[in-house]
Design a protein around this ligand. Structure first.
Ligand code: PLP
Length: 390
């Protein structure tokens, strides 16, 4: 383990020891293929997968038939967007999404555009929210799918799904929400009853990397979505490939642990998040980028004017595990598309930090983070002539 306090839980989380313990026997002792139907090795594996799926479905409050395992949220997003596009292209080729989605959605939409689909990108306002009026005006008879991120991975901002659902379904379009960041942080009963599709990833919730879920609300009709991956007919032909028993068992354990004390943990995180935000707002001219809107209990996003973001991050990198949410392209580093979509100017977007806390964050980590960041911002400003002349 590195010594720095970890403030990047939205990027990934450590696998909980209970999750590791639950998975271990399925790597060697109970190693069978769940599709081997002629011997006990296969029967045992099949029953472990069935038990895990039942446990996940119970905790999420959904039917076992609504869950399809994938390699993670990125694959899930590809499965839903490309699947709906392929299935419904004779009905229409128009898809709506937002400018503040995760790159997995934006890049899949760009791919579909190449294939002849028309994509409308909704703006977000300075609070990170879409305009319902704009959504309503953008919906068309040929809109087959609307894809809107539930809780933003950079800012934590949550979109108003009660109203979004009504508008989208009234138009006869399907609704997908990337719910990856909300799992284990919020109760998802309502959102899962509203959307047609959602997706999850175990490594965001103290489970293993390389396993995700696509939730399909009305999945009784088994050709609900054409499969992205052919071969072997596993998962009732919805996703080919040997079913990954250890990772599925691990994902189920991670969800079970998260749901055991969801409310308590949400309140604990909110308390620590508020303390962190209040502490960092003491830094002169600091701005919070997620004030006012409903948001995740574990995420804050702050801008520090008169600070060069790249040098701030480099200096902080040896002291605290943190991110700025900016996307690195091979040739250039651009500010976060989420922040620019919110109308935050480039120089300010560069001087921004995302801090995401989690299960293992303590009050003393919060105090340490405030101290380290406050000190470093002051140091950076000491050498900035614009700060002197402000
Ligand atoms: N969607 C959101 C909102 C995310 O935060 C992430 C993770 O970065 C993903 C999708 C992609 O998840 P995965 O790493 O499982 O492909």
């Amino acid at each position: 383990m590195y010594a720095q306090p970890y403030f990047d839980y939205n990027a990934t989380t450590p696998c909980a020891q209970e999750v590791v313990n639950a998975m271990l026997p399925h790597f060697n002792e109970d190693f069978g293929n769940p599709s081997s139907s002629h011997h006990p090795y296969g029967w045992l594996a099949k029953s472990a997968v069935e038990d895990a799926t039942l446990s996940i479905a119970k905790n999420l409050g959904v039917s076992v038939n609504s869950l399809v395992y994938t390699s993670g949220a990125t694959e899930g997003i590809n499965m839903v967007l490309k699947g709906v596009a392929r299935k419904l292209q004779s009905k229409g080729k128009h898809i709506i999404t937002t400018k503040a989605e995760h790159k997995a959605v934006l890049d899949t939409c760009a791919f579909l555009k190449e294939d002849g689909f028309e994509i409308s990108y909704l703006d977000v306002n300075s609070d990170g929210l879409i305009s319902l009026e704009n959504l309503n005006n953008t919906l068309r008879p040929d809109t087959i799918l609307v894809s809107i991120l539930y809780a933003n991975n950079e800012t934590g901002i949550i979109q108003p799904f009660d109203e979004i659902t009504k508008l989208v379904h009234k138009n006869g379009s399907l609704l997908f929400s990337d719910t990856t960041q909300a799992l284990g942080k919020l109760d998802l009963t309502t959102i899962l009853s509203q959307v047609d599709f959602a997706c999850f990833s175990a490594h965001k919730v103290y489970g293993p990397k390389g396993i995700g879920i696509v939730y399909i609300q009305d999945n009784e009709n088994r050709d609900a979505l054409p499969s992205l991956i052919q071969g072997g007919g596993q998962q009732k032909k919805q996703r080919g490939g040997t079913i990954n028993t250890p990772l599925i068992v691990g994902f189920a354990k991670a969800i079970e642990l998260a749901y055991k004390n969801l409310n308590e943990e949400t309140h604990r995180l909110e308390y620590l998040r508020n303390k962190l935000e209040a502490g960092l707002l003491q830094v002169e001219t600091a701005i919070s980028n997620n004030n006012g809107s409903q948001r995740l209990p574990n995420t804050i996003h702050m801008s520090f004017p008169y600070v060069d973001g790249a040098s701030l991050l480099t200096a902080l990198g040896t002291k605290i595990a943190i991110s700025n949410g900016s996307a690195c392209n091979s040739a250039s580093v651009e500010p976060s598309h989420v922040l620019t979509a919110m109308g935050i100017e480039r120089s300010l977007a560069f001087g921004s930090l995302r801090l995401s806390i989690g299960k293992y964050t303590s009050e003393s980590d919060i105090e340490k983070a405030i101290e380290i960041i406050t000190e470093e911002v002051a140091k950076q400003r000491d050498t900035n002539i614009l700060w002197e002349r402000r």
